[in-house]
Design a protein around this ligand. Sequence first.
Ligand SMILES: N[C@@H](CCC(=O)N[C@@H](CS)C(=O)NCC(=O)O)C(=O)O
Length: 216
Amino acid sequence: MLTLYSYWRSSAAYRVRIALNLKGLAFDQVPVHLVKYGGQQHSADYQALNPQELLPLLVDQGNGGVRIAQSLAILEYLDEVFPSTPLLPPDPAQRAQVRALALHIACDLHPLNNLRVLQYLSAELGIADTAKDAWYRHWLHKGLAAVEAGLAVFNDRLSLGEQPGYLEACLVPQLYNARRFNCDLDAYPRILAMTARCETLQAFAQAAPEVQPDAV
Ligand SMILES: N[C@@H](CCC(=O)N[C@@H](CS)C(=O)NCC(=O)O)C(=O)O
C-alpha cells in the first residue's frame, strides 16, 4: 500500500498525485495542512516522518514502510519499483532533456516561490505584498520563459511522444500555481498547449487540487 502525505494546493504533492495516477497505482492520502495551526508540516509528528518539513512524503508499506521525501525522488522511485507505464523516455538523451526541464521547474523556479520563502519575505524581512508579488512573478516568468524555449525539442508532442510523464507532472502543477496567482501566460503557447492536452486526461483531472479530499 502507498500513502501520500499531501495538501490539496501543494504543487509538489500534485506532481506525485499525477505520477501515481499515470501509473494506475492506488494510494491513500494523509492531509497535512500547510497553513492552519502554524503549518502542520512543522508539527513534531510530521517532522519525525520528514525532517525537511515539506510535502510531499510517500510511504510504501509494501517495501518495509520506506519513507521518501522530495517529489522528484518519489517519481524516480515509482518508475523503478513500478516500471510499467514509465514516466521517463527510454533514450538517455531524451531522458536527460526531460529531466533538465523538470529540474528547472522543481529546483530553480518553484523553491523561490514556495510558501516558506514568501512567508519569510513578509514576516521576517517586512516586504510589502506588492513587492512580494513582483518577486513571485519575476521568478515565475524567468522559469517559464526558459521552459517555453526548452519545449521546442518536443515538436509539439508530449515528453513521451503521445504520453505525458515526468515533465508534464511538473509542468501542470506549476501552471496551476501561475493561474492561482493570476499571472499572464500569453507568452507561453507551448506550455499552454502541453498543459491543455494533459488536463483532458483522467490521471491529471483526478490529481487536480480542487478534487482532493482535503480541498476546501
Ligand atoms: N523540492 C521539494 C519541494 C517541496 C515543497 O516545497 N513543498 C511545499 C508545498 S508545494 C511545502 O511543503 N511547503 C511548506 C512550507 O513552505 O512551509 C519537492 O519537490 O518535493
